[in-house]
Write a protein that binds this ligand. Structure first.
Ligand code: UD1
Ligand code: CA
Length: 459
């Protein structure tokens, strides 16, 4: 079977986005528009992916460089879709099929592209165009067919006559064709049209007039070929993708309570029998295990959560939470927090760059910054890891089985050794040895009958 070589056109300006960001870098469900097209091409395992870029070149290039195996091609002047493909001509191999797509169609399904390629090959066509029937085809290239239903040409809206404008079948912009024919007819393109551009679509007319067979494969779900041109369409496409993403999770065994109220980015993974309560935002490379209850109102980014974890009304960033642990309500895990099994991180607790060992509890109102807490440690209410001296950050260590009383400041660098206790209200600046009690506060003294002596207070 021939290999497939994909060329993604993404050099356009996207002026209707009214943005400093190039159009194809605007995101839906957490992934840039062009990223969705690259994802699709990775799934169908094309031999080569080339992306033609131009507008906002540096920014688009930076993103594409983060995608493995993407070949970047420049189009200095945007002289049309045919011209854009010419820029990638070196990548076209005579004995391979070329799949041309655009960078602004994020809803295209892999199944559709696979069906297009299968149709193209099974019918041994020289080119196959992905088409659709639109009630209002204004603006699109119209598909012209002959009596045998083969395509004889594509006429751009602006170049079409009144009769052609009545045609409802349009060009999606996604075309599959034989490499040697594309190379040959690209050289013959002219820009004698209303826009003065080199149209890729003219290759189709040239193929037909030279006796080659061009077919059309009709996509039923027209939302798939929706091109994003402005922010209204961006939001519409995102809503469609959100539904698809959540349905896929449900089909995999995830329960959603009021799914419309949660937002899940594309790369989030969730294992079965987990429940997503209302109002959750799950982002980036977040991975959630099975039997968890997430939410209501959890905002989780790039965090790995193991099984049977509860996260309520909390924000988690770039962290890790092991099994059977409870987070929240109102907890804040900042980057690089590593929370063990059977742990409790309770209300108004902030953790940053810290390890909390298995079975430990930090139940209320504490700041755990740059720390290492061992196993089965109890951190009382209102404990502060004083990690910053105004210049540098220092580490606090609390070893296995230690008990830190309420309202304690642990001034780092400092260690509370295994099994030690720290008295409530202490400001600890020296290490507390194993199995000892650290007390660092003024002793209480009571002044007898003080109130009675204060005459002015007596009344
Ligand atoms: C194109 C098709 C039209 C089809 C429509 C579907 C042509 C001539 N017309 O029209 O038949 O119905 O798409 O949406 O192909 N691009 C470049 N470099 C350029 C010009 C365009 O990279 O010099 C890229 C754009 O960034 C965009 C894509 O090619 O991603 C399509 O270009 P656009 O100008 O939007 O073409 P349409 O007029 O929409
Ligand atoms: Ca377009």
């Amino acid at each position: 079977m021939n290999k497939i070589n994909a060329i993604v056109l993404a050099a356009g300006a996207g002026t209707r986005m009214k943005s400093k960001t190039p159009k194809v870098l605007h995101k839906i469900s957490g992934v840039p528009l062009v990223g969705h097209v690259v994802d699709l091409l990775e799934v169908i395992k094309v031999a080569k992916i080339s992306v033609v870029i131009g507008h906002g070149r540096e920014q688009v290039e930076t993103y594409l460089q983060s995608r493995e195996g993407v070949n970047i091609v420049y189009q200095e002047q945007r002289l049309g879709t045919g011209h854009a493909v010419m820029m990638a001509k070196e990548t076209i191999k005579d004995d391979e099929d070329v799949l041309v797509l655009t960078g602004d169609t994020p809803l295209l399904r892999t199944e559709t592209v696979e069906a297009l390629i299968a149709h193209h090959r099974n019918g041994n066509y020289d080119a196959t165009v992905l088409t659709a029937s639109f009630a209002d085809p204004t603006g699109y290239g119209r598909i012209v067919r002959d009596a045998s239903h083969l395509i004889t040409g594509i006429v751009e809206h602006r170049d079409a006559n009144d009769e052609q404008r009545l045609i409802k079948e349009i060009n999606s912009g996604i075309i599959c064709m034989k490499g040697h024919l594309l190379t040959r007819f690209l050289d013959e393109l002219k820009n004698d049209n209303v826009q003065g551009e080199y149209y890729l679509t003219d290759v189709i007319g040239l193929l037909s007039s030279n006796g080659y067979r061009v077919s059309g494969y009709i996509v039923e779900d027209t939302t798939e070929i929706m091109g994003i041109n402005n922010r209204v369409q961006l939001a519409e496409a995102d809503a469609i993708l959100q539904t698809r993403i959540k349905v896929a999770h449900m089909e995999n065994g995830v329960t959603f309570i009021n799914p419309e109220s949660s937002y899940l980015e594309k790369y989030v993974r969730i294992d079965l029998d987990t429940t997503i309560e209302p109002g959750c935002v799950l982002r980036g490379r977040t991975v959630i295990g099975s039997d968890c209850v997430i939410g209501p109102n959890a905002d989780i980014t790039n965090t790995e959560i193991k099984d049977a974890v509860e996260v309520k009304n909390s924000t988690l960033l770039d962290s890790m939470v092991a099994s059977h642990t409870k987070i929240g309500p109102y907890a804040y895990l900042r980057p690089n927090s590593c929370i063990g099994e059977h742990v409790k991180i309770g209300d108004f607790v902030e953790v940053k760059n810290a390890v909390v060992g298995d079975g430990s509890k930090v139940s209320h109102l504490s700041y755990i910054g740059d720390g290492e807490i061992g196993k089965n440690v109890n951190i009382g209410c209102g404990v502060v890891f004083v990690n910053y001296d105004g210049k540098n950050k220092h580490k606090t260590t609390v070893k296995d089985g230690a008990f830190v009383g309420c309202n304690v400041n642990l001034v780092a660098p400092v260690t509370v050794e295994a099994g030690a206790y720290v008295a409530a209200g202490s400001t600890i600046t020296k290490d507390v040895p194993e199995m000892s009690l650290g007390v660092a506060r003024a002793k209480q003294s009571n002044i007898e009958k003080w109130v009675e002596k204060k005459v002015h207070l007596k009344k």
